[in-house]
Design a binder for this molecule. Structure first.
Ligand SMILES: NC(=O)c1ccc[n+]([C@@H]2O[C@H](COP(=O)([O-])OP(=O)(O)OC[C@H]3O[C@@H](n4cnc5c(N)ncnc54)[C@H](O)[C@@H]3O)[C@@H](O)[C@H]2O)c1
Length: 382
């Protein structure tokens, strides 16, 4: 194969990653798109500016012989069905995070993957962000010794617009935000430490969003639009963030013990005014922390009676072009390289499954009084 032909399910929203794949003179081309929205398909067709197959039925896309790989870029509750169907149809698959909304769903995908002999990659684009790659390098080179503690705080500014006005705010679609939003953070903890979670406990509640507003209320028609902090004038069709149907938590904390004994904690709040993921790793010889979202990592090392050169450092990272801190073009290329050259992907199906299994167990814990949960073991995949 010299050029990968990709079909995209879900062509707007996160689906715009297709723009990184559509390179008619290069190594990949987007040959088709499926979506449940006719408007989305029209937008896709007008932007791609070429004759491209489109359909409202994803199964029609899977039947195409001219398509080698499928990118599943749709809401979380569709991932299991679409990924399994695409693998069974003999296609390679790029699957957005979270892999599925249940651990069993992930295990069904893993089974279909193994049976198909095709390639599967998960959309963990944070593994391609320079800031987290820097932290991974620092951990791997042993600069802070053996990691023993991890503390992660996720301040989700714009939680209302991004989560509580959308499908993500209902359990039936996403399970909860310790899965939908934390899937990335849990994966970062696993990836940087090199260890999966063994047990977890969590607390959480809906403290700011949700409420008793009608489910069909939108901002323009709301009597409280002059005073509401969540008012959005430009998103007329987006639902009220205080509607009755909302049933996921907006404020959660979890504690984890990893397989190698590391103790980790994770906090996520959706009504923070600012946006920031703050990661701290403490090892036997030092501590590292990112000081803002993308540009600075500090390392402090323990001093003893012995003089140490370069004991404290700040890594000032240069800005990178491209969505999500430069990660989106790189993860798109990684998928194509995996198919053309057999390069091992940075984001593996096993990692996708363990992140979901941890997020699901944490969600079950917080909805059951914070009881401690063991993470179900990875299935035998021979
Ligand atoms: N890795 C990242 O940084 C990142 C960022 C954003 C979203 N995501 C993931 O991407 C996925 C999509 O999220 P989004 O915010 O773009 O969603 P979205 O609601 O914007 O939907 C994306 C597209 O899918 C279409 N769609 C919706 N339901 C569908 C269905 N049942 N069948 C076919 N098409 C359907 C929509 O019309 C739209 O074109 C989610 O799983 C999310 O977690 C990942």
């Amino acid at each position: 194969m010299k050029q990968v032909k990709i079909g995209v399910i879900g062509v707007t929203g996160r689906g715009v990653l297709w723009k990184h794949w559509h390179k008619p003179e290069g190594k990949s081309i987007v040959a088709g798109g499926a979506d449940i929205s006719e408007d989305a398909l029209q937008k896709f067709k007008s932007e791609i500016k070429e004759k491209v197959f489109t359909t409202l039925d994803y199964k029609e896309l899977l039947k195409r012989k001219d398509i080698d790989a499928i990118a599943v870029m749709t809401p979380d509750f569709t991932h299991e069905e679409y990924a399994v169907a695409a693998l069974n149809a003999g296609k390679h698959v790029f699957l957005e995070k979270p892999m599925a909304i249940t651990t069993e769903g992930c295990d069904n995908i893993l089974k279909a993957w193994k049976q198909s002999g095709k390639k599967l990659m998960i959309g963990f684009n944070m593994r391609h962000m320079r800031i987290f790659q820097t932290m991974k390098d620092i951990a791997d080179t042993g600069t802070i010794g053996e990691i023993k503690a991890v503390w992660v705080r996720h301040f989700v500014g714009r939680g209302g617009a991004w989560y509580f006005r959308t499908w993500m705010s209902e359990r039936k679609n996403s399970t909860g935000l310790l899965l939908q939003k934390a899937a990335h953070d849990i994966d970062m903890i696993h990836w940087i430490t090199g260890s999966y979670t063994k047990k977890v406990a969590a607390f959480g509640s809906l403290d700011f969003y949700g409420g008793n507003k009608p489910n069909d209320l939108t901002c323009p028609e709301c009597s409280e639009k002059e005073t509401c902090t969540e008012f959005e004038s430009d998103k007329h069709s987006i639902k009220c963030a205080f509607r009755k149907a909302i049933d996921v938590e907006d404020n959660s904390v979890m504690i984890m013990e990893l397989e190698n004994g590391i103790k980790a904690s994770y906090e996520q709040c959706h009504f923070s005014p600012d946006y920031w993921r703050n990661y701290t790793f403490i090892g036997t010889e030092g501590r590292m922390e990112n000081l803002d979202d993308t540009s600075k990592v500090i390392v402090k090392t323990r001093r003893s009676g012995k003089w140490k050169e370069f004991s404290d450092r700040t890594y000032d990272l240069k800005p990178v072009e491209g969505g999500h801190g430069g990660a989106d073009p790189v993860i798109s290329k990684d998928f194509v390289d995996m198919l053309l050259t057999g390069k091992e992907p940075v984001s593996t199906p096993e990692a996708g499954r363990m992140s979901v299994a941890t997020g699901c167990a944490a969600t079950e814990s917080l909805r059951n009084g914070g009881k401690m949960m063991y993470i179900p073991l990875m299935p035998d995949l021979v």
